[in-house]
Design a protein around this ligand. Sequence first.
Ligand code: TYM
Length: 326
Amino acid sequence: PATSLSLVKPTGSPTLGNLLGALRPMAAAQDAADDPADCFYGVADLHALTVPHDPTELRLRSREVATLLLAVGLDRSTLFVQSRVPAHRELAYLLECVATTGELSRMIQFKEKGRPGSRASLYTYPVLMAADILLHRPVRVPVGDDQRQHVELARDLATRFNAAYGPVLVVPEMATPPAAARVMDLQDPTAKMGKSGTDARSGTAGVVHVLDGPDVVRRKIARAVTDGDTAPDAVRADRSTKPGVTNLLEVLVACGGSADGIATYGALKAAVTDAVVATLEPVQRRYAELTGDPAHVDAVYAAGEARCREVTAPVLAAVESALGLG
Ligand code: TYM
């Protein structure tokens, strides 16, 4: 079967954006009736070291994301924590010898967040992500739209490596979901909904977390920014002139709801709330069960990490050999 790979960074509590943009499509690849993928999904803890961090907090967040990957139903996937599979770091250095400083300087994330005092790893971050991907030879990488430039870099590096040193790496395709590939902040619908709310100017009021209870979800959606349009057809999608309403409509559809017959923003928000609460409820229930059984979570990851070490060793060895190492 084709391989699917994706990772989630444990830098804050996972959001509705993570769920709709990535976690559910990751589960869909695993569960595809016609062609279930061989799935490798992980916690990108090394990526959390690219910005100032607190070790205790990182350990807690890593466990939260690890547990959540299971709670969304990824039990038939190979799950792992990135730092437990050293080949990720090893391949990253080798790919740094394929990437250029010019292309890393053009990465939007570094252009936006990079400062003279930034950690050097913030600059090389996209190369580590390319290593995450290429090490597993995936055919598909299910991610949200914000990862487009990073997946493009992984494709470029694979193509360049193969041209220079021989056909060792697979050039993967990026897969984004049809709706909600970019869930926007409810308070600032021109900004991406981010884990810590730091991508938005508004704090966390505009961010729905996967583990938010129904009352919190209701309050956040009730306060979502819309617009002053009072025309009979005000409830319609138009990204440029109605970003808030468009975002709510996308979330509604991605959560299995329908906007048919909805004429007011109040009714729209009520429908979105119901759909989001219904989407989160089974995940939260399973999450609560799993936090009561940490030994099970540990066992799943230990098995996943063992399999990752096994399947990635020959890929790393092939890359080293092609480069003339050893
Ligand atoms: P991260 O942890 O920021 O996000 C995890 C996944 O969630 C998606 N996502 C969103 N999708 C829709 N709307 C949003 N508002 C939203 N916010 C986040 C992201 O696109 C991502 O798929 N660099 C990656 C982690 C990573 C990775 C990898 C991903 C490391 N190595 C290898 C794929 C393959 C990141 O920071 O994702």
